[in-house]
Design a protein around this ligand. Structure first.
Ligand SMILES: Nc1ncnc2c1ncn2[C@@H]1O[C@H](COP(=O)(O)OP(=O)(O)O)[C@@H](O)[C@H]1O
Ligand SMILES: [Mg+2]
Length: 259
């Protein structure tokens, strides 16, 4: 579904933008239809920047390649991207900021449908009701505002909204990091069921090794802007090759045996 090769991103700042910082360095990977690739790495290593790059929400440095569903979109302009936008969706880390606080849940869910002019309001509402059922939410929620529902419910609404456009690729940027552990497990299970049903490709970003090894058959380990290791999750857990991955798994083992 997506293949990226040699992606780089340099940020410039300071006096006359003379200071530069390479947040993403020479990254390559692919994700098949229906597959989940885990992306693990500590805060600040460049995970969110990478996710914005592959969705072309920010431009990459020249030279890299992004092929989405067989189409080379590396040099696509924002205008050329427009029809593809609905096929690639992202779930952000902070679900609270993903919804407009002054809009009812219903209007938030209808927004992408009306924005892309896919259906009229009546058809759209029928679709929203189906999706609400799919994510396990009651219709009572539709006329509430985001502050009137729980964190777990907000995240379900955000998932439903991403699904209104039937994307082929879903980037999950630490989708459960703000949730309680018990709610986290439910949301992860929901995401897995939805994936089976719609055969979406997932890029599952997390700093939680336990979560990634259980949800992703393959994982990529990111460190200081680079992917230092990529492969079968269990093999990486059992035999980490890169020193950073070794450090990560060792800390993880120590933590789980202490529990
Ligand atoms: N727009 C920006 N301008 C300059 N630096 C940025 C920008 N966005 C992110 N960064 C820097 O890039 C690095 C990676 O950030 P980010 O991708 O958010 O990491 P992660 O999601 O892994 O926590 C950080 O050092 C961050 O400060
Ligand atoms: Mg991030």
């Amino acid at each position: 579904m997506i293949r990226v090769a040699n992606l780089n991103k340099t940020f410039y700042n300071g006096w006359l933008n003379k200071r530069s910082f390479r947040a993403v360095q020479n990254i390559s990977f692919d994700i098949a239809q229906g597959e989940t690739l885990g992306l693990i790495g500590e805060s600040g290593c460049g995970k969110s920047t990478l996710s914005r790059l592959i969705l072309k929400l920010i431009p990459a440095d020249p030279g890299g390649t992004i092929v989405f569903n067989g189409v080379d979109i590396s040099d696509y302009s924002m205008k050329q991207m427009r029809p593809l936008r609905k096929e690639m969706q992202i779930l952000f880390q902070h679900p609270d900021s993903a919804l407009n606080p002054r809009q009812t849940i219903l209007n938030s869910l209808l927004e992408p449908i009306t924005l892309h002019q896919l259906m009229n309001r009546e058809e759209g509402t029928a679709k929203v009701l189906d999706l609400l059922e799919l994510v396990g939410l009651s219709r009572d929620l539709l006329y509430r505002f985001p502050h009137q529902v729980s964190g777990g419910q907000v995240q379900r609404v955000v998932i439903a909204r991403a699904l209104t456009l039937e994307p082929k690729l879903l980037v999950l940027d630490e989708p459960t990091s703000m949730l309680d552990v018990s709610v986290q497990a439910q949301v992860v299970e929901l995401l897995q069921n939805i994936q089976k049903q719609f055969q979406m490709a997932y890029l599952f970003i997390s700093h939680d090794l336990d979560l990634v090894r259980h949800t992703c058959s393959r994982m990529a380990v990111m460190h200081q802007g680079s992917i230092v290791e990529l492969g079968n999750s269990e093999s990486i857990m059992e035999q980490p090759e890169h020193p950073y991955t070794q450090q990560l798994t060792k800390a993880f083992m120590a933590y789980t045996s202490a529990k």
